[in-house]
Structure formats: C-alpha cells, structure tokens
Design a protein around this ligand. Structure first.
Ligand code: NAG
Ligand code: NAG
Ligand code: NAG
Length: 299
C-alpha cells in the first residue's frame, strides 16, 4: 500500500491554486489503512499536506493509533478495532478544534473504521464521510497485504484460515474483525465482533442508523482495478450473494438495503450516497482526480 504511494507522490508537485474559502474551513480527520501510519511522508503525510495546500487554514488531523509511528502500524494489524474506534471517539470529543463538526476521510480499512465512528459517536458531528477504498461489506481474501515478504502477512493468513471467527482471533486480529465469509454467513453474523455489529447483522441499533443518516454525504470510492480487496465491490457496499463466492449483488439488492437496517436506502433516496469509481489498483489515484472528485466534499 505504501509502495504505490511512493511512486505516485514522488512525482507530484504540491503546489496548487488554493480555493479561497470564507471563514474557517471545516476540519478534516484522516484514518490511514492497514500497515500504514498517520504521518508517513509518502502516504498520509503527503495527503495531509496536499489538503492543507488546497484549503488554506484547514485543520487536518491524521489519526495516530498508539504512541509512536511503529505502534500505529502494529495497531493496524493487532489492536481490536472496537478499542481503536472508542479511543478515536474519545480523542475527537476532546479536540477543541473539532467541536463545530468535521469531515472525515478513511483510506482502505480506515474507511469502515470511520463509518463506525460516525455510527457510534455523534459528537462532535461528522459532516461528510469519504471512504477511499474502504470495505463496507468486509473482505474474503487478503491477496496482497503490505509487507508481503514479511512473516507478518503469512502469519495473519494462517490465523484467518485457522479460525477467523473464534474469539481469540476476533479479539486480536483487525483483519479478522471485518472478514466476511459468504459461505458461512451465520458464523459471520454470530461472531464477527466489528463488521457484523456496525452492519446491524445481529440486531438493529437505532442510533447507528440515525447517526449515519446525520451525515451530509457518504462518499464511497471504488478502485475499479483493485487487486488487493476481495471483492472490490465491497468498496461500494456490495458483496457476494450469500452461500457462494462468485456472484455479487449490488447494495441496492441486499437485505441490508431492502430492510433498511442501516438507513442506507433512505440516504440513497435523499441523494446522500455518492459512488465514485476510479481506474486503477488499490488506492491509486492522481492528484488531478483527487482535486476534481474529492476536494468538493472537503469544503
Ligand atoms: C447502540 O449504540 C450506542 C453507541 O455505540 C450504544 O451506546 C448503545 O448501547 C447501543 N444500543 C444497543 C441497544 O445496543
Ligand atoms: C448462531 O446463533 C444462533 C442463536 O444464538 C444459534 O442458534 C446458531 O446455532 C448459531 N450459528 C452458528 C453457526 O454459530
Ligand atoms: C437487483 O434487483 C433488480 C430489481 O429488483 C433486478 O432487476 C436485478 O436483476 C437485481 N440484480 C442482481 C444482480 O441481483
């Protein structure tokens, strides 16, 4: 994940014509992806800088989960997501600069984590939620995890295979917490401690629904040539038809939508869901694409 950003960002020029805005710009909270950190100068650090150049005076908070960059990276694999979300909620609630509201932008797994923040923690209010390659129906495969050559990824795959829905794995492995096995939907529903909860698979928490619906826009960016997320359709909240792993059903045909357990159908009708597609592999986009398609949601 970090690797491509090197390629892309190193060729970018961070000078752009800032769009003048009246008053204080709406702050932005960023949550990085798996194996990344808040402040890596070639990934989130570059994004933060880019946004700051585009929107003069904006307060950008790129979340660091833990007390150091190294801990931040480790936690993206091994710190229970429910704990991470609670910590972030606490941090946002205490940040004086965010009290009037903020926009948020999550990269990869950071996309679904920020959705959990929106659903669980309405104060301070999130305005727009931008999910950049987030997996809202989870993943069923981890083909290229960052640092593929390292032992970490092999070990993670082993854990996922050995008992993804056991309590010991669920409590400790982040990627297990949004693992969605379409061949074992009931296991997923009963035992996924994170994704099944925020997707209202076990029961409907009305405040999850009303909190999500309080968003102005929920923007979902899908990478049309994504080889890292299986299935990429999850980035638009779509997933395999239950019981098999070949056919995808769009969000609009899912029970989540037709029963409107999360309020997505109402949001869709109200024009609050924005589905963007970008040519390219996971998290690959150009400066121009970002300015044209994402920047408007940050004002
Ligand atoms: C619904 O979610 C809120 C926010 O996380 C939580 O405080 C509350 O206990 C949940 N309600 C139920 C019925 O689970
Ligand atoms: C899921 O939970 C229900 C209700 O507790 C139970 O009847 C069922 O056997 C569980 N299924 C699996 C696969 O764990
Ligand atoms: C989704 O639903 C529409 C309308 O009910 C139907 O025409 C379409 O075939 C469905 N698509 C899939 C992939 O299930």
């Amino acid at each position: 994940m970090a690797a491509f950003l090197v390629l892309f960002f190193s060729t970018w020029v961070f000078f752009v014509h800032g769009i003048p805005v009246q008053g204080n710009p709406i702050p932005l909270v960023i949550w990085h992806g798996m194996g990344d950190s808040c402040c890596n100068p070639i990934s989130m650090g570059a994004i933060k800088k880019m946004v700051e150049n585009q929107i003069p005076g904006i307060y950008v908070l790129s979340l660091q989960i833990g007390n150091s960059f190294v801990e931040d990276v480790e936690n993206s694999f091994f710190l229970n997501v429910n704990v991470q979300v609670a910590r972030v909620c606490d941090q946002l609630a205490k940040d004086p600069k965010l009290q009037q509201g903020y926009n948020s932008m999550g990269f990869s797994q950071g996309g679904q984590f920020l959705r959990a923040v929106a659903q669980r923690c309405p104060n301070p209010p999130m305005r727009n939620l931008i999910s950049v390659g987030g997996q809202h129906q989870g993943v069923y495969g981890l083909p290229h995890c960052p640092g593929e050559s390292s032992h970490v990824c092999d070990w993670i795959r082993k854990l996922l295979n050995s008992g993804v829905y056991t309590k010991v794995v669920q409590d400790r492995l982040v990627q297990a917490e949004y693992w969605h096995d379409p061949l074992n939907e009931e296991d997923f529903r009963n035992n996924s401690i994170f994704l099944a909860d925020i997707n209202q698979e076990r029961s409907v928490n009305k405040s999850y629904k009303s909190n999500l619906q309080a968003l102005k826009k929920f923007v979902m960016v899908k990478f049309l040539k994504d080889t890292m997320v299986i299935p990429p359709d999850s980035e638009w909240f779509a997933f395999y038809k239950p019981g098999q792993s070949a056919h995808i059903i769009p969000l609009q045909n899912s029970s989540l939508y037709t029963e409107d357990r999360l309020g997505l159908r109402e949001m869709d009708k109200a024009g609050k869901l924005v589905f963007l597609g970008v040519e390219g592999d996971h998290l690959q986009f150009t400066h121009e694409w970002f300015n044209e398609n994402i920047l408007p949601f940050l004002h």
